[in-house]
Design a protein around this ligand. Sequence first.
Ligand SMILES: [Zn+2]
Length: 465
Amino acid sequence: MDLIITNTAIITGDGTTLHPTGQIGIANGQIAAISVGQEQLSMPGIPMLDAGGATSFPGVINGHAHGCIHGPAMPSGSKPLLPSDVSYFRNRHLLGGTTTLLNVCGLSLPHEVDGGRQASHPLRIFVTTAHTAHSVSAALDLDGSGLGQRHLTATVEEAIESGAVALGEGGGGQTLGGGAQDYRFLPQAILKTTDILIEARDARRLKELLLGRTLKDPTFPLDTQFIALCDELGRLRRSTAETVAKTIAGSVMKPVRNALLGLAELAEASARTGLTAILHNAVPSAEHILGLARAMPSARLIAAHCNHPSFTPEEAVVTARLLRDAGVLIDVSTLDCISTHWRNTAENLDALISEGLVDTLSTDFAGGHWDGILEAVHRMIVSGQLSAPKAVALATGNVASVFGAFHNAGRLEVGKRADITIADSLNVSRVRHVIIGGRPVVQDGVIISTAQHNDPVHRKPELPV
Ligand SMILES: [Zn+2]
């Protein structure tokens, strides 16, 4: 035995088991023994970690994150994030109890996790692929400034060969006319054609008036309400309403058409390869995803962030139920809805949880303002929505079984990977220690190791140019 955790409660990640007191023995990066109650594993000479009554549970697996790799960012294939941003996001995930993370900016390539940099990190980072013709076209319609020749020509099969473990994200807030249009691309495009800078919430109001919530092509002559809103925004004068309308339609609709075709390509790729495909679920894509699930029952689909703010709570529930009945897995994301409350509230999340419709819990990105997974888990526990084992399973055991890709992580059981988060028993978002592959990497709330884990996943050959 290499390490024994003593004086700890244990939540195993199976959705039901909580041992109020126990010990965990670790050997060779795996869980070698678990004792519950008074039985002692301790043996002379073996290092001990006294958890002081805190709770041990499987390291969190975040199945939908962005911004943690050095390749092209987001389904829009945008320029890579600054290295300092990447390390900040990785540190936040790790200090928040996450040990395994799936970065779903699907147009990057597996060898770009670290992008040839020395900056290794103990967080286990896996990547997806969305290298299909129309997913790439949607990115280029909108941005694509981070894409090089290799990203444009790579295939899903090549990316899987070099280490991608899932498919997606198909579509995104950028390419499917969502939040990133409101706070970034639409204000930019309108500024370019009218010389007027508008705010995100006004961009959204204009977009919804012009294209509707499901994003249909605009009709001319323009709706009087749209013209009135241009008027109301003051600096956008009536005479420019048509220009504004054409600008909005141009920015939003072309990538939407391609992104929807990209979703179908990724569902087909899932049926072909057996890998899980993560599809951006929001009002403009929900019906499309449902159609794909019904047409391709052998595709393994995850509807991402089913609590997306484009839905009302009732719509989120009805949509998730229809999707689940069609065999689609239901993911919810913290976004910024737990404590930040920038563009999201927890209403949709609460509605889906209380209807028992959620399979997995992730963060997504929320413009970098994402709230922690364990903040959401703590909230579910203290509000009485879910038992602690059930809430923890949404971000551990459930994610592992949905993807089947994370090398034995996700459960605290003998023979599983020793990826363990130890947190305050009264508030699991207060993470004290994190162990990855049997090695302590966070101790008393501080990252103590920058060394990369020794999984084979990042050691695969680069894709040929
Ligand atoms: Zn998304």
